[in-house]
Design a protein around this ligand. Sequence first.
Ligand code: BMA
Length: 340
Amino acid sequence: MATRLIGELKSSAVISRHRKNPVLKASDVPYPAALIFNAGVAKYEGKYVMVFRNDYGSIEEQRIDGTNLGLAFSDDGVKWQVEPNPCWELKTDEITRIYDPRLTVIEGRCYLCFAVDTYHGVCGGVAVTEDFQKFEILSISAPENRNMVLFPEKINGMYLRLERPFPVYGRVQDEWFDIWISDSPDLKYWGHSQLLLAVEHVPFANAKIGPAAPPVKTKHGWLTVFHSVDKDYSRGKNGWEDKWQKRYCAGIMLLDQDNPYKIKGICPEPLIAPEAPYEISGGFRNNAVFPCGMVLEDDGEVKIYYGAADITTCLVTADVDDLIGLCKKPDFKVPMNFGL
Ligand code: BMA
């Protein structure tokens, strides 16, 4: 089957890019840093906290030497103060790096979902921290899986997460990887896994989709952003690598409040498509927006933090009611639920 080309995409009119973008970049970081992106953000103990991915090396020489996670705090969610040292660099005999953190506060404790590259595949994990210095790992998945995000509360007595396995048998055509949902009694043992949203349900994707930032609770259901990829093999060099044929957009959907295994509404167009100069040029991989953090303020403003061109961290804002308004009743049914 030939790849269906997606063509031009535009961001939704309801989002505003923050005038201070990028809100975090390598020159704001007081230790070796190059690509500062894909940051998890939460409100925790009266402040905004950000754990960001730092691929360190040299921007001038277009070189990456390694990856660690950095920590920053903010009073307003816009101006960030970076701590003097990275907070986590996970390397073991088996794990080569940790990346793409997402933060969720559940019952006053801060949890961090992460991806790890290992010698035997890519895995997703869940950790908890009291002080952002020590992280207790609660679970690491079997490969291949990543892009895990936790819901901020238990539902029907269970923790829930969205995740993105990489099913190579049968879904290998153009990397058709989908969003799944699982639950757990204790954040260690995960099960009741079910397909939530598939590539073919997203009109602006022709390749993998995945969870982006942890869902936020609204009176109409769980609002959550996801990332979506379209490929075009005529695209060539657009960043540091010889070839970069993908574009990463952000989409948005609404899940049922009491049963998040059900999609209540989804926006048929992208919420954020790469358009700003810092999203389409000068990056490690241009044409990429990759949200990992979403905060709902008391006044209804939603802050969405995203990696821009895999090199800086940026912010868009929107009104929660506008975002909910975008999520129309889906015209598809998820074809499989294992009858559970
Ligand atoms: C994904 C992940 C992200 C990255 C994105 C765009 O597969 O590796 O960390 O931001 O690609 O390059």
